[in-house]
Design a protein around this ligand. Structure first.
Ligand code: NAD
Ligand code: G6P
Ligand code: MN
Length: 442
């Protein structure tokens, strides 16, 4: 079987060890000859790089492993770039969350003003790595899960329309795992229908592949009581206390639209006041992650380096992330795997704009994704999605044109922002906080 060369962009990410461990677990399905880490923060990456070097020497010496901050070295001779960068790192995530909260508005990594601010930063970093990939390995594919995926995907569509970039999110994967738990199945036994935008969508069907049985009603019955909170530990991710509250809140999202199963992220749009009331403006999710996942991962890495061995290490397989292998395999081996991806609509949702980046099931093969028709969607969801997707499009326009006016309008369009005056004050604060990260706005 062919062996592949991979570069992980954002090598210093808290998710890097979990993904590397998951790749190792899957080498029989997806053989690897070269694995490289690339990051523009050499110091941060070196901690994980050094630890993973020790681990790989012990567990997979046949893989040629290295880490670098040099784009040419990183992107030359690669088949896949797995991208999870965070432009501005946790210091800026903290700002994205805390600045809106000062105005009593939801502070979230990907939704509302925080997501817009993050989007304006991410576009630069994403275009940079796409260009490196195209220059040094023109045949390579990028599997991107850098956030905010909706804005990043729209920026790719407009700014690099021919680039081989697939944008994917793990929330539907994680939630399907919970659904399968609820009905006593495995995700592999199920096939879904889904429509929406990234972090803004609904499942319309969850069927047993073998029997054709529709589970939607059974799952809804459970979710109406418990949300997606399940009794069993089902994930290596989304387990912190704040995530448990999020899974639970799906119950109130189902109440609004009882026909479909909601994406958990809809809570920020439908219950913003509740979210703000349950937020601590001094200690947001960024703080929780810095004190939790980031600390754990970097401590585990330092331990490996100190001991000089990865035996009994605290690096854990990010098992839920096996969808990244499924996606790479689909491209590499033309498997026609059915997966949810963020793609240009072009009729997949019949009564929605062709040029909107939507999240729908796709069949993925060597030529990329083929979106599956999801038919017409109801007026309620369509209106919400149009408002949201227009905000996302206007962020990208604002970025390209350097337009203050358009970014203000984008903030006004966000359902989370109550009025234009607040939007303007917020924008002025965000501009100051993001100095050096955003293009100049006029
Ligand atoms: P992190 O800050 O720990 O890691 C991100 C790394 O990217 C940092 O080491 C940083 O130095 C690096 N980086 C920033 N700009 C860069 C650039 N221009 N070039 C190269 N490297 C750059 O963040 P994290 O919490 O591990 O998350 C990483 C990313 O993955 C985030 O965007 C996050 O939102 C995303 N994520 C997405 C999903 C999904 O479902 N799509 C799931 C989990 C995480
Ligand atoms: C989910 C989302 C991702 C997001 C992540 C945040 O997996 O799909 O897009 O990045 O949650 O998780 P965190 O633990 O960093 O808050
Ligand atoms: Mn996501």
């Amino acid at each position: 079987m062919k062996k592949f060369s991979i570069v992980i962009a954002g090598g210093g990410s808290t998710f890097t060890p979990g993904i590397v461990m998951m790749l190792l677990e899957n080498v029989d399905r997806f053989p690897i000859r070269t694995l490289k880490l690339y990051d523009n923060d050499g110091e941060r990456q070196a901690v994980l790089g050094e630890a993973l070097e020790i681990l790989l020497k012990e567990q997979a010496p046949e893989i040629d492993f290295s880490y670098t901050t040099d784009p040419k070295e990183a992107f030359t001779d690669v088949d896949f770039c797995m991208a999870h960068i965070r432009v501005g790192k946790y210091a800026m995530r903290e700002q994205d969350e805390k600045i809106p909260l000062k105005y009593g508005i939801v502070g979230q990594e990907t939704c509302g003003p925080g997501g817009i601010a993050y989007g304006m930063r991410s576009i630069t970093g994403m275009m940079e790595i796409i260009d490196y990939m195209e220059e040094y390995s023109p045949d390579a594919w990028m599997l991107n899960y850098s956030n905010p995926a909706a804005i990043v995907a729209e920026a790719c569509r407009v700014m690099r329309p021919n680039a081989k970039v697939l944008n994917i999110c793990d929330m539907p994967v994680g939630t399907l795992r919970r659904m399968s738990q609820i009905i006593g199945k495995t995700p592999a036994e199920l096939e879904v229908r889904y429509f929406g935008l990234n972090h803004f969508g609904w499942w319309t069907s969850v069927k047993d592949i073998a029997t054709g049985h529709e589970y939607l009603d059974e799952i809804k019955e459970y979710v109406a009581e418990n949300g997606y909170l399940t009794q069993v530990e089902v994930d290596t991710q989304h387990m912190d206390e704040s995530w448990q509250a999020t899974h639970k809140k799906a119950k109130d999202l189902l109440a609004i639209e009882p026909r479909f199963l909601p994406n958990t992220y809809l809570k920020y749009y439908f219950y913003p006041d509740y979210e703000v009331a349950h937020s601590n403006p001094e200690f947001t999710r960024a703080n929780e992650v810095m004190a939790g996942r980031e600390k754990e991962v970097f401590t585990a890495a330092k331990e490996i380096i100190e001991k000089g061995t990865a035996e009994n290490s605290n690096f854990h397989i990010d098992s839920h992330a096996s969808f990244i292998v499924d996606l790479a395999r689909a491209i590499a081996f033309n498997t026609h795997e059915r997966m949810l991806l963020i793609v240009e609509n072009n009729g997949a949702i019949a009564n929605f704009d062709d040029d909107a980046m939507v999240e729908v099931p796709c069949i993925v093969g060597s030529d990329g994704p083929e979106p599956l028709a999801q038919g017409k969607i109801p007026q309620f969801e369509r209106a919400l999605m149009l408002q949201q997707v227009t905000a996302e499009k206007m962020v990208v326009e604002a970025y390209i044109e350097g337009s203050y006016q358009k970014l203000w309008q984008a903030l006004c369009l966000s359902k989370i922002v109550p009025n234009a005056a607040v939007a303007k004050n917020l924008l002025d604060d965000l501009i100051i906080a993001n100095k050096g990260f955003w293009p100049e706005l006029n």
